[in-house]
Write a protein that binds this ligand. Sequence first.
Ligand code: DX5
Ligand code: ZN
Length: 215
Amino acid sequence: MHLVAPSILSADFSRLEKDILMVNRSSADWFHLDVMDGVFVPNISFGFPVIKAIQKLAQKPLDIHLMIVRPDRYIEEFHRHGAHILTLHYEAETHLHRSVQKIKSLGMKAGVALNPHNPVTLLFDILHEVDLVCLMSVNPGFGGQKFIPHTLQKIRQLHEFKQKHGLQFHIEVDGGVDTANFKGILAAGADVLVAGNTVFVSENPEQTIRQLKEI
Ligand code: DX5
Ligand code: ZN
């Protein structure tokens, strides 16, 4: 069964509680939280005070996606803020292996995210250590962008490696996931769908989440 992680970046921050409670009620599995520093990506999203507020209300695991330079500096702090899954970018971390070990030693699940231009082969020597790979299907920084179709090939290649080596990590796809393309994404081998705009801009977000959970 695949998982759905609504991306809070697309929520209404003037009524954040309402959107958090909606996700709690819905058939979604995780909260996806995008942290951006304005350096690694050309946008700034939110930080610890907002995550603290979300942590108070959220009744599902927090899947935190760090789009910041040198994310190793903040691993402990995200742990204190209730991260269940902490995902760092391959492109932002020189000593990925060390940081993955640190995340796991604190009891969190470790994820690695990969930008659209980078091949999945770059991850082949870390895959046996990670709990999740987040394949970016848009250039990170903004919600509401169009899915990059080439991602499907990357999902297939990663899934093939995973099967061949008997590995267990999740394959998460992040960016431009909608009710028209999600089945193809799952068929390619992904098992976690991040969805921001598709969920929060829709008329009935709970129903949209239910739709994304269909197989
Ligand atoms: C993009 C973020 C995504 C974003 C997805 O940089 O990592 O998680 O919120 O938004 P949608 O689903 O609208 O493309
Ligand atoms: Zn994300």
